[in-house]
Design a protein around this ligand. Sequence first.
Ligand code: PMP
Length: 439
Amino acid sequence: MTQLNLEHWWQPFTNVRAFRDNPRLFSRAEGCFLYTDDGRDVLDITAGLWCANLGHGRQEVADAVSRQLMTLDFAPPFQFGHEVSFRFAEQLAKLAPEGLNRVFFTNSGSESVDTAIKIAYQYQRARGKASKTRFIARERGYHGINMGGTSLQGLPNNRKGFPVYDQVDFLPDLLDIERNAFSRGLPEHGTDRMEAAFNKLVAQRGAENICAVIVEPCVGAGGMVPPPQGYLQRLRELCDQHDILLIFDEVVTGFGRTGAPFAAQSMGVTPDLITCAKAINGGTVPMGGVFVREAIQQVIFDAAPAGGPELFHGNTYAGNPVSSAAGLAALEIYQREALLTRAAGPIGQYWEDALHGLRDLDCLIDIRNFGLLGAITFAADSRFPAGPAVPVHNQCFKNGLLCRGVGDTLVMSPPLTISEQEIDLFIERLRRSIGEVIG
Ligand code: PMP
């Protein structure tokens, strides 16, 4: 094999110069495993990047993509359409919380977030509330990398140094290890703090100037932090009280991750818009979408001048036939194998017990879980001032385990197909890696 040149692909969120010295390359994937180019198996406990919810290498999805490429590989979505995406949108609308039965397709989570922001903004103008231009997001939130999402995100490294929309305020971080350490599922404390901060912001900015609140129902990339009990219900009530839209960013939590099609349903709270992507077609072909309440679409339609697009927004590949065909095939598998609710059943309990079984490790200051999401947070010490999560993550990879290191935390989101034996293997490889790093 000729030597691989690593210089030309500028990889995202990567220390590229270090990567060139120590490249980590995968060449194949099947089920819950990825395989490195030197043939080692790596248990994929992150479902790729929170996306391969069906596990890897699904023949039916591959066949659907291949068939679609040869039948209709592309059709322009502006002023034209095709059957595949209308059928996919109809199926998706049946999965979504009641009322959110309109889908605007995108190609990624970032595009879904920026689309949701623009729809929310247009909606307020369309109903004569043009002063509602401000947004509320949350510290530690991640909403992708486009300019809207960059402006709304609560991870300082991803904002600093970039131009951002400045009409944004942040609710406090959900993570409260002092009060909530080692909670199983939704922790107890924190709703009070959100409510106080929300009321303060409304008093300071004026509800008549606030367009929407955006939150991940369960923080993902910022360290996997489930909301405290009652948090999302209270947020919904506060938004209703002040006539503010509520957007759930379900790019991570959508498609079965928390034991229902969407976290909105597992938490029993219905927002006004939901963003999604990643697992929409099993993480196979780039695609995302925004679910919108029918009533919101109607207001925008009613206000739009006749003859032109109701929304001057959209992408070339929005709702493209190939991604949609992958989505239809993926949905069939999700439904046939009952994967969208699997995390709420015995496997979710097994996952929770397995994770909390790590509690004997003195180096951990917190363990969190919700649905098939998990996180462990390490204590910092003089050897690891920022915590050992990144060295542990690197050791995990050497020991055949893919999880993610975020700051002082390792986060996990296995394929929804994971077996009890694979969970046992995960714990075994994780314990070994922690032991080798920390001693
Ligand atoms: N929102 C959330 C909650 C996410 O976790 C992500 C990606 N991890 C995004 C948006 C952005 O999605 P993408 O990387 O597909 O643009």
